[in-house]
Design a binder for this molecule. Structure first.
Ligand SMILES: [Zn+2]
Length: 68
């Protein structure tokens, strides 16, 4: 793990929790230790650019409301 995705700096868990009602400044937290990892807006941008790099020209089928 590490380069493949988003993970907690504190416990290394890749399991994140997002609030039910998403807003730009909602907190994305670690499911394991509860640490706030980033805002939803920042998280979206990180994951979005990561996915674009790993799957160029393709739009992965994910259910999260991520901006592309
Ligand atoms: Zn954690």
């Amino acid at each position: 793990m590490g380069r493949d995705g988003f993970q907690c700096d504190t416990c290394g868990s890749a399991s994140i929790s997002v609030p039910g009602r998403l807003e730009q400044n909602s907190d994305v937290t670690c499911t394991k230790c509860g640490r706030i990892l980033s805002s939803w807006d920042e998280y979206k941008r990180k994951i979005g650019s990561m996915l674009r790099e790993t799957t160029p020209g393709r739009r992965p089928t994910i259910s999260d409301p991520i901006d592309w």
